[in-house]
Design a protein around this ligand. Structure first.
Ligand code: C5P
Length: 218
């Protein structure tokens, strides 16, 4: 069984994907973290994110591991726990830049297919239902109002970033939406057979229950 959850930043997909994976005892794969890992590594090495060849080389060589833990899951990048670093909005913007590069996507999509091949996986991202696993058993496309998504991201990040500005976060989210929806390769779009879930007015439990019921045809 492969469950694909796509949608824009802050739509709730990672939180819900994690909870669904836990309920079903499936693996949860956060594909955004893979694009973020490439951007984060490039920034550490002071490489230009515009250098597609260098970004693709990083994508090939990076070892990205998803390790279940008390908080749900940690992401190890070349053995280092990078979970907190990867959440940063600057890294998110960098991820959107490298995610628009064809060779980077080819490498990461191949890795995602490899990971998902064993089945029983919940994978979230932007192109899981359209490109990575067009034959996924269940597909969801989450949407939510941009201001609400910005507020969620703000709440998630503010404890570790005291100077964070809500309006900046909303602006970042709008900018990233624009880039993700308008890029040439694998733009963010709902797969025709994906169930759209508008999470604006719903809490996490409500969304998770809705998705869970749909998976089980209840
Ligand atoms: O989901 P997350 O915010 O971590 O993703 C970061 C960025 O990575 C997205 O804005 C998008 O540009 C890119 N991405 C992608 N395809 C995926 C997952 C993420 O293009 N499957």
């Amino acid at each position: 069984m492969i469950i694909a959850i796509d949608g824009p930043a802050g739509s709730g997909k990672s939180t819900v994907a994690k909870l669904i994976a836990k309920r079903l005892s499936y693996r949860y794969i956060d594909t955004g973290a893979m694009y973020r890992a490439v951007a984060w590594t490039a920034e550490k090495k002071n490489l230009s994110l515009a250098d597609e060849t260098a970004m693709a080389e990083i994508a090939v060589s990076l070892k990205i591991e998803f390790v279940p833990d008390a908080d749900g899951q940690s992401v190890l990048v070349d053995g280092e726990n990078a979970t907190a670093h990867l959440k940063n909005e600057t890294v998110g913007r960098g991820a959107a830049t490298v995610a628009a590069q064809k060779s980077v996507r080819e490498v990461l999509v191949a890795k995602q297919r490899q990971i998902g091949k064993a089945g029983n996986v919940v994978m979230d991202g932007r192109d899981i239902g359209t490109v990575v696993f067009p034959q996924a058993d269940k597909k969801f496309f989450f949407v939510a109002d941009a201001d609400e998504r910005g507020r969620r991201r703000y709440e998630e990040l503010k404890s570790k970033n005291p100077g964070l500005d809500l309006q900046n976060i909303i602006e970042e989210i709008r900018q990233r939406d624009h880039e993700d929806r308008n890029r040439k390769i694998s733009p963010l779009v709902r797969a025709k057979d994906a169930l759209e879930v508008d999470t604006t007015q719903l809490n996490i439990e409500e969304v998770t229950d809705h998705v869970f019921k749909n998976i089980n045809n209840i």
